[in-house]
Design a protein around this ligand. Structure first.
Ligand SMILES: [Zn+2]
Length: 305
């Protein structure tokens, strides 16, 4: 059995907002897309997905599920009211750290730095930082990172992709956190806690959304790339926070942050009781046991908006 799973991140008013350069979907476009889906597809729930995988229960033809990553406040304010009204179950994947510590995840700090600051300027700052902190953090020459990490990506220009890859996992962790914190403070905000509260779902939001029929999955804890992070540590914290969000272990699913997974990651989350894992590969998801931990997802941009 195959279904379409669609991935969303920001769904908000972007034009004429405080952050006009953030990459996301306008609410009006989201509404249009939901209508478009309603005319063509049958929405199914997280439970139907798991029952199809583990008990061969049939799902309707042309089935579709909507997923929302990163536990953003957008999902409470702009997505939940629409889905509730249309009686569609959304699947929301939340990272634990902002909920517990009112921090802003590094992945989002970087997005808002890029929102405020031209890439050429960030690149200059980064080259300066690497020069100044080479021995402190035992860093390579900038050109070495460039050689190692240059690649292409459907969503960004090559310079942005390079910056993101250097700052998501290329640099040693202490160095990249220091650099991102400095720029976030300099260009975005000096009040991380308030920014975090505005950006992310609260536990109250989550409870209300669950009561309104929404499903909650895990998006790990700190949103680090699971392939490159200290896995045991990250997963311990993931379980601690996710158990509070979704105590029903039979329904545990993980959307791998930044789509980063490998066989070890799959083994470890299986051991912890997860039943499925969602990746980012723009194809239909296959609902059987062999594919349970590599469920493909399309992006909202793959469909008319
Ligand atoms: Zn994410």
């Amino acid at each position: 059995m195959q279904i379409k799973i669609v991935m969303y991140h920001y769904v908000r008013q972007i034009q004429d907002s405080k952050y006009p350069n953030i990459k996301g979907l306008e609410i009006s476009a989201f509404k249009r897309q939901i209508k478009w889906f309603q005319q063509r597809f049958n929405f199914i729930s997280a439970k139907q997905i798991l029952n199809a995988i583990y008990f061969n229960e049939l799902v309707p033809n042309n089935s579709i599920s909507l997923t929302f990553d990163d536990g953003l406040k957008d999902h409470y304010s702009n997505v939940f009211p629409i889905l509730k009204k249309e009686k569609i179950q959304g699947m929301f994947f939340v990272s634990g750290e902002p909920l517990e510590n009112q921090v802003v995840l590094y992945v989002h700090k970087l997005q808002f730095i890029i929102e405020k600051c031209p890439i050429s300027k960030i690149l200059k700052e980064l080259m300066g930082f690497i020069q100044d902190n080479k021995s402190k953090y035992d860093l390579l020459d900038f050109n070495e990172y460039k050689k190692k990490l240059s690649t292409t990506d459907p969503f960004d220009d090559p310079e942005t992709v390079l910056i993101k890859r250097i700052l998501q996992f290329g640099l040693a962790m202490n160095a990249r956190k220091q650099f991102i914190d400095d720029l976030f403070f300099k260009y975005v905000t000096k009040d991380e806690k308030s920014f975090s509260k505005e950006l992310y779902l609260s536990m109250d939001d989550i409870h209300e959304m669950k009561e309104g029929g929404m499903y909650f999955g895990s998006h790990a804890y700190s949103h680090e790339w699971l392939e490159f992070t200290h896995l045991k540590n990250e997963l311990e914290k993931t379980i601690r926070s996710y158990s509070k969000i979704n105590p029903d272990k039979n329904s545990w699913m993980m959307a791998y942050p930044s789509g980063s997974y490998n066989p070890t990651v799959i083994d470890e989350i299986k051991k912890l009781g997860f039943r499925a894992g969602l990746i980012f590969e723009q194809k239909e998801a296959i609902l059987d046991k062999d594919h349970a931990f590599i469920l493909n997802r399309f992006d909202t941009n793959d469909f008319p908006q």
